[in-house]
Design a protein around this ligand. Sequence first.
Ligand code: NAD
Ligand code: UDP
Length: 314
Amino acid sequence: MRSLVTGGAGFVGSHLCEALVARGDDVVCVDNFYTGRRANVAAVADAPNFELIEHDVNTPLALEVDRVFHLACPASPVHYQRDRIWTLRTAVLGTMNVLELARTAKARVLIASTSEVYGDPLVHPQVETYWGNVNPIGPRACYDEGKRCAETLTVGYADQHQVQTRIARIFNTYGPRMDLDDGRVVSNFIVQALRGEALTLYGDGRQTRSFCFVTDLVAALIALIETPSDPGPVNLGNPAEITMVELAAAVLALTGATSGTRHQAAPIDDPARRRPDITKAQRILGWTPQVELADGLRATIADLGARLDPTSSA
Ligand code: NAD
Ligand code: UDP
């Protein structure tokens, strides 16, 4: 099996590359290092069945592969809002290029979509049949609408060109190798706690998210691409829902920090509640996330701590 992972030097992609290398696939990782890092794939860099190609998916590419995991796209609000037009280009044109690659190679392709296709959801928990509530002109639109369009392209290639496609709607995922500066809540809180700074709660902190540990997500991505037929979009995430106030308390307790919290203005269009209904994933993939939040946070704190202070043995 020859598997391509676009965005393979990113947070999720690097864990996926490792799992595929361990499974014995020949793995091709394509990344332009917009947010990814070579260090993320250091563990597999010397493996005989791993290859890293520096390439921007906005430029077409052709590779002979059997499986394509298309993850290349900035994912955190800070990064995807830095250049909104480029983000939209990557989500749309980049995805079209990858679908063309899959079509030419006759490969099966999984597209990393997102819970953001549901926007600020009016249906809770979110089921795959819900069409979402997205502001098309807000600061998150480049990502949300880009991913919605990526889904549209994906079903187009399946229907018009008989490409074998899978759509993963990924909910908030966390774990080791999160970028220290990408502004996501888990990495922000851990870095702030380890630095003895107050944790920044945006808005009143009563908004909710549901956090999935990265190894659970990777297992689901691999299971989804191997489903014998296209089940349509599948939510992948951990349904355990918590408020940001509760998350801050958990991080403070696990790090032993006494720095407390401070409130900042809520971002525009920040979704108020988010929790996946994973009934479909459980039925089709026989998958349920295994890692409890406290355990996953401990592993993430150890990794971010070691990177913040390379001299420590954390
Ligand atoms: P990340 O930013 O760590 O990884 C994205 C990777 O894609 C990086 O290595 C980056 O350099 C690369 N990339 C970006 N644009 C590219 C381009 N034009 N050409 C080539 N490479 C490019 O983010 P992540 O958290 O690992 O997310 C991976 C995928 O999963 C993304 O598609 C994201 O939308 C999706 N997703 C992630 C989450 C999450 O919570 N982590 C949630 C929903 C969806
Ligand atoms: N958030 C926060 N403090 C931070 C960073 C984020 O309170 O330092 C909040 C943010 O407003 C959102 C939630 O945490 O409600 C998750 O934010 P993140 O950027 O991690 O992911 P997303 O909004 O894409 O789900």
